[in-house]
Design a protein around this ligand. Structure first.
Ligand SMILES: [Zn+2]
Length: 98
């Protein structure tokens, strides 16, 4: 499954359609085997259209202060928004994410 995300990343720039298929496949596998998507990949794609996100290219990431500091991800492909609570210097820690 991680391999699929890696493939998506490798293809994201030149073959966005292919990258999207890899993301879709990885998510299907996750659902079928009830495997959670690793944290480092969780915010690398759009849940709505499965596009792989390249910061500044296919996704806009904004830091918003209200109501609590969070990052807002705006998919440039379909316009979907996701937010992620901003945790400075805690990115690599396996702490609760939801
Ligand atoms: Zn999208």
């Amino acid at each position: 499954m991680i391999r699929l995300f890696q493939l998506a990343e490798e293809n994201a720039r030149e073959h966005p359609e292919r990258a999207r298929r890899y993301v879709e496949l990885a998510r299907k596998i996750g659902q079928r085997y009830n495997v959670r998507i690793p944290k480092e990949w969780k915010y690398r794609f759009c849940k709505k259209c499965n596009s792989f996100w390249i910061p500044g290219e296919t996704v806009i990431i904004r830091l918003k202060p209200d109501p609590q500091p969070h990052l807002e991800y705006i998919c440039k492909v379909c316009g979907a928004r996701r937010r992620k609570v901003y945790e400075p210097r805690k990115e690599s820690e396996p702490t609760a994410d939801r």
